[in-house]
Design a protein around this ligand. Structure first.
Ligand SMILES: O=C(O)C[C@H]1C=CC(=O)O1
Length: 96
């Protein structure tokens, strides 16, 4: 199942630089691991914003939910999920 997910990040100013760096490095490690597994298919920065738009390929709504909750930056994100299905004019066989 494919989902487009937009994540807007807002890290509170009271966190120390060390805490922020730790959160970001743990987030990066998990994001890269999930990309390597194929579950996080695309990750794009939205230009000019501390936000990304991503495509996830997971088995269920529950898997996506648990994956998003596991992200270290989850407490500081506003997340919008859009379920996707194959477009009849798509030429990409893996769009499902
Ligand atoms: O920077 C972001 O968009 C937030 C988050 C998503 C992946 C990652 O490494 O950080």
């Amino acid at each position: 199942m494919l989902f487009q997910v937009r994540m807007d990040v807002s890290i509170p100013a009271h966190l120390s630089e060390t805490e922020v760096n730790d959160l970001k490095s743990r987030e990066k490690a998990l994001a890269q691991q999930l990309q390597q597994s194929g579950k996080w298919r695309h990750l794009w920065r939205i230009a000019g914003q501390y936000a990304n738009t991503s495509i996830f390929d997971v088995a269920s709504n529950e898997e996506l939910h648990n994956l998003l909750l596991s992200l270290p930056l989850y407490p500081f994100m506003q997340i919008e999920v859009t379920p996707l299905c194959r477009h009849p004019s798509s030429i990409h066989d893996d769009d499902r």
